[in-house]
Design a protein around this ligand. Structure first.
Ligand SMILES: NC(=O)C1=CN([C@@H]2O[C@H](COP(=O)(O)OP(=O)(O)OC[C@H]3O[C@@H](n4cnc5c(N)ncnc54)[C@H](O)[C@@H]3O)[C@@H](O)[C@H]2O)[C@@H](O)CC1
Ligand SMILES: Nc1ncnc2c1ncn2[C@@H]1O[C@H](COP(=O)(O)OP(=O)(O)OP(=O)(O)O)[C@@H](O)[C@H]1O
Length: 407
């Protein structure tokens, strides 16, 4: 009797999620069409203004021209082929953009790439309903680490996602909930059917961030592996950070060639991955070459090497973000980066190459997230100096975002 009841309730759930999935797809299509209409109107308005104002026309000349491309350059609008293994180890052409607020000669470049980030940010209008501007999933949080998934998830909300889900272990869930009533917390990662428990939410998510505070327990890593596989099948953008990168350095084929993935290694994580893939130590005299080679070896997915300067590569180009941060390196800063990237990657992916002037949308998203993290760090450091912590940075995300992208 009980079994029958449970089966019926599972069937009802299943039906509900199928229906929800269809509804969300229709909703997303409608939103894309609306977005395209808005863009068209903006372009028409821009053309009209350009016709009547010489100042505007001079400005429009500073919109970035498409950079030279390799012969095998892919169009990011229509050619994200995650099954394609595109790794080629031939010497690449490096197109570098280096941005620092302190060097006047780079101000134009910086403005150009910031403009591309602004282009992918959905405008705030009264017509949207909850969920349309981003439903982000964070997979991580265990007995030892509850702060990391919190920082990532709350940052996603502060950047502008509507809903932020955390999938963590039972131990971690109550703690994370107590930090913030805004987060939706699922205590499922250590349940016997954990992969299925997360999988049923995937149709509702626009992107997933795997790794903050996940830990290195074999069972949890195996669950993370299953979630990555299910997310790939659904074509969801995946950001892999922290212990998620530990997993990838053990099993690179898990994500290799999936070009909707972004890896965000810090210094140690980068060295581990590089050695696992290239069978060589990192060449400290050639950071650009290393990040390019790692991306290529991974099948041209986006790699963000965090550090004094963040190097962002898709195996064809390297963007450099040296936006001013601070000298304070408190734990949790990387979690702000991965959470904000979860949102920006989704926005950029939906906006497509049309809005990024032909650039890989994930490069643009990564540049946006790096700048935002560094700006939040800068602002928090101005206020708190050495006592600054990741929570202080979270409080700065809103004003940092406005300063960079909405002025
Ligand atoms: N409040 C929290 O809950 C936080 C949790 N975090 C989580 O903590 C977990 C572990 O991440 P970590 O980046 O700390 O990882 P590690 O434990 O690998 O590294 C910790 C630090 O130890 C040093 N280190 C690591 N390996 C070393 C080696 N072989 N030789 C010399 N030094 C070495 C490095 O300075 C590194 O930053 C992740 O799940 C991460 O998300 C962090 O995000 C920080 C904040
Ligand atoms: N030396 C530095 N100078 C300026 N900014 C830095 C420096 N090192 C890292 N950052 C910035 O700090 C952010 C987080 O990088 P970090 O290397 O601290 O990540 P992480 O170790 O993964 O963080 P977490 O503590 O969350 O695990 C990135 O946005 C990066 O730009």
């Amino acid at each position: 009797m009980m079994e029958k009841f449970l089966q019926q309730s599972m069937d009802t759930d299943e039906k509900f999620y199928r229906f929800e999935e269809q509804r969300l797809k229709i909703e997303d299509k409608r939103r894309e069409a609306e977005h395209a209409r808005e863009l068209q109107m903006l372009q028409m308005l821009g053309q009209m203004l350009a016709g009547i104002s010489s100042t505007v026309s001079q400005r429009s000349q500073s919109i970035p021209t498409s950079p030279p491309r390799r012969a095998n350059h892919r169009s990011y609008a229509d050619n994200f082929n995650y099954n394609a293994m595109t790794a080629t180890l031939s010497p690449p052409i490096v197109i570098e953009r280096s941005f620092s607020l302190h060097r006047t000669h780079t101000l134009k470049d910086m403005e150009n790439i910031f403009q591309l980030v602004r282009n992918v940010i959905p405008p705030l209008t009264g017509k949207r309903h909850k969920g349309q501007d981003g439903r982000i999933g964070i997979v991580g949080g265990c007995r030892e680490y509850t702060g990391a998934p919190y920082f990532a998830a709350i940052t996603a909300l502060k950047v502008g996602a509507d809903l932020s889900h955390v999938f963590c272990t039972k131990d971690a869930a109550t703690v994370i909930k107590s930090y913030s009533p805004e987060l939706i917390v699922h205590p499922v990662l250590d349940s016997p059917n954990a992969i299925h428990e997360v999988e049923k939410w995937l149709p509702r998510l626009h992107s997933v961030v795997i790794g903050p505070g996940l830990g290195r327990d074999e069972v949890l890593l195996e669950t993370a592996k299953g979630i990555i596989e299910k997310s790939k099948v659904k074509g969801i953008p995946i950001i892999i950070d922290a212990d998620g990168l530990w997993l990838i350095s053990q099993q690179p084929s898990l994500i290799q060639g999936y070009q909707r993935a972004i890896l965000t290694p810090n210094y140690m994580e980068f060295s581990r991955l590089y050695e696992a893939m290239l069978r060589d130590p990192v060449d400290s005299s050639d950071h650009h070459g290393c990040v390019l080679r790692l991306s290529q070896a991974m099948g041209n997915l986006t790699v963000v090497q965090k550090g004094e300067r963040d190097l962002i590569s898709d195996g064809e180009k390297v963007l450099v973000c040296s936006h001013e941060g601070s000298s304070r390196r408190c734990g949790g800063q990387g979690d702000l980066l991965s959470g904000s990237l979860g949102v920006l990657a989704h926005w950029a992916f939906v906006a497509g190459a049309e809005k990024t002037n032909g650039q890989n949308p994930f490069l643009v998203a990564a540049f946006g997230a790096c700048s935002l993290t560094r700006q939040s760090n800068h602002q928090a450091f101005q206020k708190f100096g050495r006592s600054m912590t990741a929570s202080d940075m979270v409080s700065e995300v809103g004003t940092a975002f406005n300063k960079l992208f909405e002025t």
